[in-house]
Design a protein around this ligand. Structure first.
Ligand code: EPZ
Length: 419
């Protein structure tokens, strides 16, 4: 397993180009199962999760051809049963359920594993599919869904933590081929859900309301192939913005969508960080003394849970007390103990982390536990005096394309080392 060896204390300077959004490309790849015609998806980030989704689609019988940052997929013939071990390993694979059921009227996928950030239930996915007329059975670790015919319905997808992103994706995809009209209430509004709707419309689907809490889908008989460029990754862009601010440098983030990042940019400014927008570029630099702030993670367009860990590192540098409350996942503070090993002073009180900022961080060996926690540990290593070894960076490779090369280009002293 690889680690990242970081020699901290170097302010990041220069330009970085943002890759396509992981959380858009995964459901869009799954959506290609809805047609027997060829689809091309562009600006695909080279990530292990994307490769994984490609393997899953191949295991279902689709032809998948990666070519640089594009992937061509044709699901001419497709099986309804996915490879148990493959599917089990990546939560995002649950979004093949809706398309398979719509295409074949049957689907059998392994229950996605939970992960360190929470139990990751799929009750809302299954509730929505049942309302569309699916019979769902959970047996031996598999979810089996069958239907004589999917029929449009008015359904409510809100859960105890608000909307579900991949649940909305699954139901929206299934509804494209259902009989009649489906209205999804309490739909997720994330830009990645909007991007999926744009792709589905390019395939001939009839969808409106995406980006709002009410999405309407009018079923059609068949869908055709499409060619689509994926939106940039707003979480990667936010991660680099926080790294620029935390290291006290100045970084221009290119090829981003600042209009997808209002909550993050607002909180960075509140913390005293200078952020200038110029079209699809953002220039971020520390504007002087950092200030403590309070953050609560919320469904979009609130502050994204996927940037919580990264912002916590910035808050360890802001003199005073910052409070970070996690409202989306039940245990997304795995990074706290590891950041504390670098000298941060953070106490967890229920859903909140209380950060006593203003400490100097000093390097130490740390262990990554999940994708965004590992990004936070990398930022902490970039700031800390001395060397930090971030172990198990396969977590990082799931969601950040060539992050060590991008950081090196910004002047960071990082080396990928094999354990
Ligand atoms: C997506 O996960 C993202 N992953 C996550 O990003 C992101 O953190 C999350 O949305 C929230 O924004 C992908 O898009 C591949 P949810 P998803 O269903 O769809 C509860 C990253 O780092 N819930 O919106 O799986 C759930 O437990 C990853 O890139 C139910 O209760 O998340 C959570 O508390 C991490 N029942 C909340 O809803 C359900 O049926 C939000 O989950 C489904 C979800």
């Amino acid at each position: 397993m690889d680690s990242l060896l970081i020699k901290g204390g170097v302010p990041l300077h220069g330009e970085v180009r943002i890759s396509g959004a992981k959380n858009a490309v995964l459901p869009i790849m799954a959506a290609t199962l809805l047609t027997a015609e060829p689809c091309t998806i562009r600006r695909v980030p080279q990530l292990s999760d994307v490769q994984f989704m490609g393997q899953i689609l191949k295991s279902l019988g689709a032809e998948v051809q990666f070519d640089g940052d594009s992937v061509s997929i044709q699901a001419k013939k497709v099986r309804g049963v996915g490879d148990y071990e493959l599917i089990r390993k990546m939560r995002g694979s649950i979004c093949i359920l809706g398309p398979l059921l719509a295409r074949l009227r049957k689907a059998k996928v392994s229950l996605p594993g939970g992960c360190v950030i929470g139990s990751r239930p799929i009750d809302l996915h299954l509730k929505g599919l049942r309302e569309l007329g699916a019979r769902i059975e959970i047996l031996n670790g598999y979810v089996s869904a069958t239907t004589r015919k999917l029929v449009g319905a008015d359904l409510f997808l809100g859960g105890r933590s608000g909307p579900t992103v991949l649940g909305t994706a699954n139901i929206m995809m299934a509804a494209t081929l259902a009989d009649g009209i489906t209205i999804i209430e309490s739909a997720a509004c994330e830009p990645e859900v909007v991007d999926l709707a744009v792709f589905l419309r390019a395939m001939g689907a009839k969808i409106s309301g995406e980006g709002s809490p009410t999405i309407t889908v009018t079923g059609v008989k068949t869908l055709h192939g499409a060619d689509h460029e994926v939106i940039p990754d707003r979480i990667e862009a936010a991660t680099f913005a926080v790294a620029a601010a935390a290291t006290g440098g100045e970084v221009t983030i290119q090829g981003s969508r600042p209009d997808h990042m209002h909550a993050v940019l607002d909180k960075l400014r509140e913390a005293g960080v200078r952020v200038e927008r110029n079209g699809t570029s953002l220039t971020v630099r520390r504007g002087g003394r950092l200030k403590p702030i309070d953050i609560t993670t919320l469904p979009y367009s609130g502050f994204p849970t996927d940037v919580q860990a990264q912002m916590m590192v910035l808050m360890t540098l802001s003199p005073g007390i910052s409070i970070i409350t996690e409202r989306i996942f039940e245990s997304r503070f795995m990074h706290v103990s590891e950041i504390s090993r670098l000298g941060a002073d953070i106490a967890i009180e229920g859903p909140s982390a209380i950060v006593k900022g203003g400490k100097r961080l000093s390097g130490a060996p740390v262990m990554a536990s999940d994708l965004r926690a590992s990004a936070a540990l990398v930022i902490a290593g970039l700031v800390a005096r001395g060397s930090t070894l971030v172990k198990r960076i396969y977590h990082l490779d799931r969601g950040y394309e060539n992050i060590d090369a991008k950081l090196k280009k910004l002047g960071a002293r990082v080396e990928r080392v094999a354990d």
